[in-house]
Ligand binder design. Structure first.
Ligand code: A3P
Length: 328
């Protein structure tokens, strides 16, 4: 384990950080721009990205959920896990009944290559049975070469940016309070909005567009899903997921209602009531239950996002998405 940890030295991490553009997010959390995207400057967190980049060896059979934070990652993890393991673990005996989706589909940077103790460690990766399920929030450009060149597959999910930033604001509340103290006023939604438009965290649109382009160029390699479409027609998109991972539903199973059973099991109302998701924390700071809030499309309309802000976001979207064929 120590050998793996030392494959990237702290001195090297510090040196690299010195050369990168710096900024701050949510007040005074230092971030650095690495390969075009902002990430936390904390040495251990940044180091875990380098470790993942340099040392992860993808298997042809690996399945990797990729996403920008707060776009439906937890939902997609539970769906993918249920689809892939449906023969081994029928829903009534699913490990998701007692484990949080993030514990079953672990994040490669920060978790597996980072400091969290309760995940498989890098030296355990070769022992995991195939197909291994992983997750990353990293942009496509930053992924390890072995992910890009091997036959492993990526399932990307995205979501309306305004809903994403509202979700982010709620998610950050408790950890922020712990950091700055209960009495200190937390950043307003305008604050999150302005940062988001400036590409912090992210930039969001570049993150989405990279994966979108890959999904067009390599449809067998990258499956592109939208949170809103998954909500609107879960059966269709569950079938897409199953076909993409080469485990399509047979007509018999379909007629027995297996797809609906998975959809119901992975619904936010069901998942948020499961023991494994109600108590405890992930990565020492995030309440397990905070990953399940409302799960609605268009929740941003319930917040003080003004017409001026909406207009600004529309313009930004037009500018960024022009010519990509992608829309929200
Ligand atoms: P809201 O804060 O808008 O409710 P991520 O998993 O990427 O962190 O995203 C979290 C968002 O997905 C939260 O959105 C959360 O409530 C929602 N979510 C979690 N599980 C879900 C599920 N099973 N179905 C739909 N949405 C879900």
């Amino acid at each position: 384990h120590d050998e793996v940890k030392n494959l990237v030295h702290d001195d090297e991490v510090e040196e690299l950080k010195q050369c990168l553009p710096k900024d701050y997010i949510i007040g005074d959390l230092e971030i650095v721009k690495y390969q075009g995207f902002w990430c936390f400057a904390d040495t251990n967190m940044f180091k875990s990205i380098l470790m993942f980049q340099r040392h992860f060896q993808a298997r042809e059979s690996d399945l990797i959920v990729a996403s920008f934070p707060k776009t439906g990652t937890t939902w997609l993890k539970s769906i993918l896990y249920s689809v892939v393991n449906r023969f081994k673990h029928p829903i009534k005996q699913s490990p998701l009944l007692t484990n949080h989706p993030h514990e079953l589909v672990c994040r490669l940077e920060y978790d597996i290559y980072g400091d969290a103790f309760d995940y498989p460690r890098p030296h355990h990766l070769s022992e995991l049975p195939s197909p291994r399920l992983f997750h990353t929030h990293l942009p496509y450009v930053t992924l390890p070469e072995s992910i890009k060149v091997s036959g492993c597959r990526i399932l990307y999910i995205t979501r309306n940016p305004l809903d994403t930033l509202v979700s982010m604001m709620y998610f950050a509340m408790k950890p922020l309070k712990e950091l700055v103290g209960e009495d200190v006023e937390l950043p307003s939604i305008e604050y999150y909005f302005e940062d988001f438009c400036e590409g912090k965290p992210g930039p969001f649109f570049e993150h989405v567009i990279e994966y979108w382009k890959q999904s067009l160029e390599q449809p067998n390699k990258v499956l592109f899903l939208k949170y809103e479409e998954l909500k609107e027609d879960p059966i269709l998109h569950l079938k897409r997921v199953a076909e993409f991972v080469d485990m399509p539903f047979t007509e018999i199973k379909e007629s027995e209602g297996v797809i609906e059973e998975i959809i119901e099991f992975c619904s936010i109302n069901n998942l948020k009531e499961l023991e494994g998701n109600k108590n405890g924390v992930i990565n020492k700071i995030y309440d397990k239950k905070s990953y399940f809030r409302k799960g609605e499309v268009g929740d941003w309309t319930n917040h003080s996002i003004t017409p001026v802000m909406v207009e600004k976001m529309k313009k930004l979207m037009q500018e960024k998405l022009e010519g990509t064929g992608l829309s929200f």
